[in-house]
Design a protein around this ligand. Structure first.
Ligand SMILES: [Zn+2]
Length: 254
């Protein structure tokens, strides 16, 4: 069974046609998809979508770009969503100093508030970190007491050295379509990470793997990511599938 730990099937690019997306990924052998919200309304959408399909779970949270929307009313709504039985993580949360769509103060507030919420509700959390490497690590390290169920560095794009530091805090790492690109240079990073910390994702509709670049991504394409990861790890695809399946169980309880 293949696993996509980070997808946005709630995205408007799909025109709401989720049934055909689920059929496509199930036919491709993908047995678990974590559909991920990025603000409160999209977190409500992924919750509703996941109720219809046994293979679909969800994470709910406010992305750093949307940090400015996290007021007390939003926290109240988010807390209710996070208590749903198909919710397996809080996120994605973190820092994005590339787009800077929310101020640094707003991003710090939202990151910390949601880490507290994850700890309070006994959930792992999913981290988005862009142009923020040193700051993200320092922030997590300073709040180590809030990391009790582990966390996922999604679309991991930092160094092997940083990965070791994140591992020390309880971090897991997921890789997506980028590792299939010719100039990706991710092999050494993947090899440096403990195998029991590796996961696969699509981050669809973005980051479509080779040879589908230019098309809209979807969860069925996590198969290509897993095959590439198997190749890097010098494992059979079946072995890589089993490894990732077990890591998913350990981090997300699925
Ligand atoms: Zn995402």
């Amino acid at each position: 069974m293949f696993v996509d730990v980070h997808a946005h099937l709630c995205d408007s690019k799909y025109g709401g046609g989720i049934d055909s997306l689920v059929r496509a990924y199930e036919e491709a052998g993908v047995g678990i998809v974590i559909n991920s919200g990025y603000d409160v309304p999209s977190s409500e959408r992924v919750m509703e979508q996941s109720q219809k399909f046994d293979s679909m779970y969800f994470s709910a949270g406010v992305h750093p770009d949307e940090a400015k929307t996290l007021d007390s009313r939003a926290i109240e709504r988010l807390t209710a969503i996070l208590k749903d039985k198909k919710c397996v993580a809080l996120g994605e949360i973190g820092f994005d100093f590339y787009w800077n769509k929310s101020t640094e103060e707003e991003q710090i507030f939202a990151f910390e508030k949601q880490m507290e919420l994850a700890d309070h509700l006994g959930l792992p959390f999913v981290v988005h970190s862009r142009d923020a490497s040193a700051k993200t690590y320092a922030f997590l390290k300073d709040r180590k007491s809030l990391i009790n169920k582990g966390f996922l560095m999604h679309c991991y794009s930092e160094s092997a050295e940083m990965a070791r530091l994140y591992e020390g805090l309880g971090g897991y790492f997921s890789f997506g379509g980028v590792i299939t690109f010719k100039n990706a240079k991710k092999d050494d990073v993947i090899k440096a990470i403990s195998p029991e910390r590796l996961l696969t994702e699509t981050d669809c509709p973005y980051l479509t793997p080779h040879p589908f670049r230019g098309q809209i991504n979807d969860s069925s394409k996590v198969v290509y990511v897993t095959k590439k990861m198997a190749e890097v790890l010098n494992k059979d695809v079946e072995e890589a599938e089993a490894l990732i399946r077990e890591n998913t169980r350990r981090l997300f309880g699925i």
